[in-house]
Ligand binder design. Structure first.
Ligand SMILES: O=C(O)[C@@H](CO)OP(=O)(O)O
Length: 247
């Protein structure tokens, strides 16, 4: 049996301000730092240890990982960064307040933009100053691979090659891995692992900074999954994430 640990980053400044974030590179708040440290402490208390860590190229996930590894006295572990673990790109919604957007367009429309499997939010214009095209961290990608918007289906399509080519082989080689990523890149992975339908994935929300453990069989099929620590608190925090897009 293998174990895979997924952690959504701690609270970010734009989580606090309730703004659509996507690929915008905002930092953690003090609460977010405390959540990340707490996740590291929980993992230590429960006897977890890792051989390799994975994260995105965004600082809220990277710094979450740093705090987790620091708490575990594992700052020396190899860390693999990939843009493929980035948050789902939020297109022209990046920067807007979620509740205000729901006031303007309605809760149902915002739910579609936030959680539907295959309807992307309106795209950014390529020359919009918010576009990440031209950002040095994506310099090796062809410009058209730097998204202007994404639905979850698009995110699944770019997370899965990384799972298949890097993470899954590492797990099968016996490496214990921890992944610090984002609400929707984790939803993409969970949808694939648990084979969740396009309609059921709408109801899945991932809370900040709580380790989500997947137990996998030899073929990397999930046997069970659970949040470490207080499961009621995790369920409440996930429901609160769901409510962020209401007017
Ligand atoms: O804004 C975002 O990028 C994500 C995660 O914070 O939000 P949501 O939960 O609305 O998909």
């Amino acid at each position: 049996m293998y174990k895979l640990v997924l952690i959504r980053h701690g609270e970010s400044t734009w989580n606090l301000e309730n703004r659509f974030t996507g690929w915008t590179d905002v930092d953690l708040t003090e609460t977010g730092i405390a959540q990340a440290k707490n996740a590291g402490q929980l993992l230590t208390d429960e006897g977890y240890d890792f051989d390799v860590a994975y994260t995105s190229v965004l600082k809220r996930a990277t710094r979450t990982l740093w705090h987790v590894l620091d708490e575990m006295d594992r700052t020396w572990l190899p860390v693999v960064h990939s843009w493929r673990l980035n948050e789902r790109h939020y297109g022209a919604l990046q920067g807007l307040n979620k509740a205000e957007t729901a006031k303007k367009y309605g809760d149902d429309q915002v739910l579609v933009w936030r959680r539907s499997y295959d309807t992307p939010p309106p795209p950014l214009a390529a020359d919009d100053e918010r576009s990440e095209r031209g950002d040095p961290r994506y310099a090796k990608l062809p410009a058209e691979q730097v998204p202007l918007t994404e639905c979850l289906k698009d995110t699944v399509a770019r997370v899965l090659p990384f799972w298949n080519e890097s993470m899954a082989p590492a797990i099968k080689a016996g490496k214990r891995i921890v992944v610090a990523a984002h609400g929707n890149s984790i939803r993409a992975l969970v949808k694939y692992l648990d084979n969740i339908s396009d309609s059921d994935i709408v109801g899945l929300n991932i809370p900040n900074g709580i380790p989500l453990v997947y137990e996998l069989n030899a073929d990397l099929q999930p046997l069970r999954h659970y949040y470490l620590g207080d499961s009621e608190a995790a369920a409440k925090a996930a429901a609160a994430v769901g409510a962020q897009g209401r007017a």
